[in-house]
Design a binder for this molecule. Sequence first.
Ligand SMILES: O=C(O)c1ccccc1NCC(=O)[C@H](O)[C@H](O)COP(=O)(O)O
Length: 213
Amino acid sequence: MAAQVKICGLNDEEAIDAALEAGAEFIGFVFYPKSPRAVSAEQAAELSQFVEGVCKVGLFVDPDDALLDEVTSHLRLDMLQFHGSETPERLARVRAEYGVEVMKVIPVATKDDLAAAEPFYEVVDWILFDAKPPKGADLPGGNAVSFDWSVLAGFKCPVPWMLAGGLTSANVAEAIRVTGAPAVDVSSGVEERPGVKDPAKIAAFVAAAKSAA
Ligand SMILES: O=C(O)c1ccccc1NCC(=O)[C@H](O)[C@H](O)COP(=O)(O)O
């Protein structure tokens, strides 16, 4: 079965259209003010008002309830992605209160890091294995860095999961082959510069992921 694809950090209509036309199953909006890809709740609502048939994901980093309330009162998100140091207890509460799917990001460098996902299996719908941010990075994700994919080879995750970190149209097929990832997530690899998506790169990435054996 072809891998599912999430295009993250979308902030303009052209890029959203490119993701939908290419066949991405998930589109992501970043609600983290320090990010060059950040959108406001109002912007995301406008951008997604006519978008149907894909899973709309909101990305947050240790958000308080006020931010979650603000965003979810403006638009219907299908999934909330958490890229900070949220605890399983916090995510269980959020999932129950907001009635949407929840995805927890687990930063990975070595095989030992995979154990950090275990406490979340009972309380989230998805796990996203992403590269650890480089030392001194301003952002906890979206840094265009990969990790050693072989740490996921043969790994059995009891919940649906995605692979992210430095993926591009040139390496995504190999990443899927090595890890067996059922879904992949990309941001930097489909941009012309941080915060500016390239529709042609989006199309090429989705095609490469979908054609991976
Ligand atoms: O994209 C951001 O600016 C960002 C900010 C804060 C936390 C996470 C962020 N991005 C995460 C992602 O877009 C993806 O989930 C993933 O890390 C892919 O990143 P990339 O290596 O850029 O493809």
